[in-house]
Design a protein around this ligand. Structure first.
Ligand code: NAI
Length: 256
């Protein structure tokens, strides 16, 4: 018996928000599994740096400056991916933005912004890439939602609503695209040590702080971006083809 490869043929993956935290770990993991990876991130310099680091490790990656709220730019970048590293048949939507505001202080702009990045960005990236998956008769879409969608969080009504939208979106799209050989799943992370979580702590929105949460987490540690990457690597594999429309929480048991 030999080790099973992740995919039966070469695959190209796009990871949005791939320049930092969870998205970066996912990009690195998929590249290490053998995929050619395109990192889409609003921070173009960080996207290029991340891709260079992956390339220096002997894998294949490109980094592109893409704001997921800009549909024209998404379409342009997907075209560049097709030309440079092949048609994308794996898409991980990890670009995200949190927000902490009491309900009555949430402005129309803030509400729109959080929905635009977290929910509409996911919709636009899927719509831009699904035609390649349909052509290939094969695809894997993984949307990073949040434990906030499962539990709700005070001061995060807009964020929780957007991420809950991602869950419903995932389930509906899974049913629609299943007959085309495309799976669509969502991973809601909980408490993962990333720049986003550190910023939240610095801004005083995490109560007693990150390390203090260890004692209330069944696995007695804070999550690592690699924990989410491992779940995504599984869902992207060839042999995960019968798993679709599912919510696969990775949170150390904090939310069950
Ligand atoms: P992060 O802030 O470390 O990384 C997010 C990346 O997304 C950054 O590189 C940023 O430039 C990029 N980004 C933000 N807005 C963008 C836009 N409009 N277009 C393109 N790129 C954009 O955050 P982290 O923690 O790695 O978060 C990744 C995902 O996981 C997000 O969707 C977040 O909501 C979700 N999440 C994270 C949790 C955690 O504990 N860290 C918990 C639950 C969900």
């Amino acid at each position: 018996m030999s080790a099973l490869p992740a995919w039966a043929e070469p695959r190209t993956a796009i990871v949005t928000g791939g320049a930092s935290g969870i998205g970066l770990a996912i990009a690195e993991r998929l590249a290490a599994e053998g995929a050619s990876v395109a990192i889409f991130d609003r921070n173009a310099d960080a996207a290029s740096e991340a891709a260079e680091k992956i390339t220096a490790s002997g894998y294949r990656a490109i980094g592109l400056g893409v704001d997921v709220t800009d549909r024209a730019r998404i379409d342009e970048a997907v075209e560049e991916v097709r030309r440079k590293i092949g048609p994308p048949t794996i898409l991980v939507n990890s670009a995200g933005m949190d927000g902490f505001e009491p309900f009555l202080k949430i402005s129309a702009e803030s509400w729109q912004r959080l929905l635009a990045v977290n929910l509409t960005g996911t919709f636009d990236c899927c719509q831009a890439v699904v035609p390649d998956m349909i052509d290939a008769g094969w695809g894997r879409i993984i949307n990073i939602s949040s434990s906030s969608a499962q539990t709700g969080n005070p001061w995060m009504v807009h964020y929780s609503a957007a991420k809950a939208g991602v869950v419903g979106f995932t389930k509906a799209l899974a049913k629609e695209l299943g007959p085309k050989g495309i799976t669509v799943n969502t991973v809601p992370p909980g408490f993962i040590d990333t720049p986003m979580l550190r910023r939240t702590e610095e801004n005083g929105f995490l109560g007693p702080g990150i390390e203090a949460a260890e004692s209330t987490t069944p696995m007695r540690r804070v999550g690592k971006p690699e924990d989410i990457a491992a779940a995504c690597a599984y869902l992207a594999r060839e042999d995960a083809g019968y798993v679709t429309g599912q919510v696969i929480p990775v949170n150390g048991g904090r939310t069950i």
